[in-house]
Write a protein that binds this ligand. Structure first.
Ligand code: GAR
Length: 297
């Protein structure tokens, strides 16, 4: 199965956080209890002192500390809790531990992380300091599917901000957090609507040789656009067009899918105007999806 989403009920979300929890707060606001798309039902922390736990309790969401006594013990308890609480999706939000394959493999595709850089650049710690030292003029944040590496795994969504003269790591951090508080809920909406998934297995059979090769050769940051276009064609019941759309040969549906896929990540007046010029049916379908993702619930 390419994606289990959308579900025919609100998805049950768990958030793992180690510290401050401002991204958790954004997720709690975006996915409160009763939200038709998804609701945060559980917050776990490896740190009993994490302010994140208080934020969750303040909104009457179950919040548990699993003090770190080694990876094996933490993961066994966390996996059991996720099972007991019938969790569908796990969101890492400032969770500063590496999870092992024992955890990651069964959750692959339903386990997301947010990292404050334009991955694959600057994984790891002290990101803002390193970005400034390198003289970058732009940085950003990435929501990605978690795999077995540290801050690796297929990209779901990225946002960008400029680096300005005089910026300090603290100023950059605040700018990035502001971005992240919108980016993470949007990425989760895309996942839950079935509009984002990691590259499926068996691309050759699904896409044909030419399109599969093209996709495999794309840089990691460009793949999410193609996967969103794929997802849109699935939602529109035009999945047979995916391979030819990747090659730019699927006519109006292909163009509509790529324009909408781009607009799902961020508004762009020129692309919106181009969408307006497409046949009525394509335009209507594209606008309906955009409205769904842009609406707050
Ligand atoms: C966020 O900026 C998040 O991207 C980063 O930790 C911060 C947590 O802030 N995560 C990582 O660096 C993961 N490698 P928060 O606790 O206020 O949400």
């Amino acid at each position: 199965m390419i994606t289990p989403f959308p579900l025919d009920r609100p998805a049950r979300l768990a958030v793992f956080a180690s510290g401050r929890g401002t991204n958790l707060e954004a997720l709690l606001k975006a996915f409160p209890r009763g939200n038709p798309l998804g609701e945060v039902v559980l917050v776990l922390s490896d740190n009993p002192e994490a302010p994140a736990l208080e934020r969750a309790r303040g909104r009457s969401v179950e919040a548990l500390a699993l003090p770190w006594e080694g990876r094996r013990a933490f993961e066994a308890r966390a996996l059991a809790l996720l099972w007991e609480r019938r969790v569908d999706v796990v969101l890492l939000a400032g969770f500063m531990r590496l999870l092992s394959p024992r955890f990651v493999v069964p959750w692959y595709g339903r386990l997301l992380n947010i990292h404050p850089s334009l991955l694959p650049d600057y994984p790891g710690l002290r990101v803002h300091q390193r970005v400034l030292e390198a003289g970058e003029r732009e940085t950003g944040s990435t929501v990605h599917f978690v795999d077995q590496g540290m801050d690796t795994g297929p990209i779901l969504l990225q946002g960008r901000v400029p680096v300005l003269p005089g910026d300090t790591p603290e100023v950059l951090e605040a700018r990035l957090l502001h971005l992240e508080h919108r980016l993470y809920p949007k990425a989760v909406r895309l996942l839950l609507l079935g509009l984002a998934f990691p590259p499926p297995e068996g691309l050759l059979g699904l896409l044909g040789q030419e399109a599969a090769r093209l996709f495999q050769g794309l840089p990691p940051r460009e793949k999410p656009l193609y996967l969103r276009a794929w997802a849109l064609l699935r939602v529109w019941e035009k999945e047979d067009l995916v391979g030819s759309a990747f090659l730019g040969r699927a006519g109006a549906w292909g163009r509509g899918a790529f324009l909408a896929a781009h607009l799902l990540a961020g508004d762009h007046p020129a692309l919106r105007a181009e969408l307006m010029g497409l046949p009525e049916e394509v335009r209507r379908r594209a606008e309906a999806v955009l409205a769904l993702v842009e609406s707050p619930s």
